[in-house]
Write a protein that binds this ligand. Structure first.
Ligand code: 5GP
Length: 184
């Protein structure tokens, strides 16, 4: 299915179709299910806003008792660089709940680029005294990692391209696309 939202999307091509995404998200959930004891509680930490759509699909395939919580982070600057510039400054726009202490956390990210966000989140959760931390990302750009971070569950390794759709934005827009496009 091709969705044409407006002319700005002319310089894009499909990287991952809705069907490919859906199949891989299901497989990832099975990997997560088999790596946790089924009677253990899991807290999925959704990193807003990028991983919202992915996480919503993923959690529906998880079989252990699962809680959902969110954290609102800003790590990309929307400026003259068209919203495509990585930022050193990670801002926490919402607080983690006090109840996060002693929980088994699965961080769900949309994409790991430099790895700074994931490193920051792991440090933050450790400060909050959580019981365990695992990491899951839909997309991973291994060639762009600055931090020595290896997410445990990875949907797709991709190259150094800017992607949008399925939760990922371009200047706040296009998160609603059912597939993932790359800028060309
Ligand atoms: P990192 O801290 O790993 O450099 O960046 C993580 C965040 O940068 C992601 O959660 C996402 O918000 C943003 N990001 C990195 N690469 C892309 C990309 O190709 N497209 C979009 N839309 N966001 C990206």
């Amino acid at each position: 299915m091709k969705i044409k939202v407006n002319d700005k999307l002319r310089n894009t091509q499909e990287l991952l179709s809705a069907e490919v995404l859906s199949n891989r998200v299901y497989e990832l959930a099975q990997e997560i299910n088999s790596s946790y004891p089924q009677d253990e509680n899991l807290t999925v930490l959704i990193v807003l806003h990028g991983s919202l759509i992915f996480a919503a699909d993923l959690v529906r395939h998880l079989t252990m008792p699962t809680e959902i919580t969110t954290i609102d982070l800003k790590s990309y600057i929307s400026d003259s660089s068209n919203g495509m510039k990585s930022s050193n400054n990670i801002k926490v726009l919402s607080k983690l709940p006090e109840t996060i202490r002693d929980k088994n956390i699965l961080i769900v990210e949309d994409i790991v680029d430099t790895g700074r966000t994931l490193k920051f989140l792991i440090a933050l959760l450790t400060e909050h005294g959580v019981k365990s931390i695992n990491t899951c990302t839909l997309l991973n750009k291994p060639s762009e990692h600055i931090e020595p971070i290896a997410p445990k569950f990875v949907g797709f390794d991709i190259g150094n391209v800017f992607v949008l759709g399925y939760g990922l934005d371009l200047n706040g827009k296009y998160r609603n696309l059912p597939h993932i496009l790359e800028l060309i």
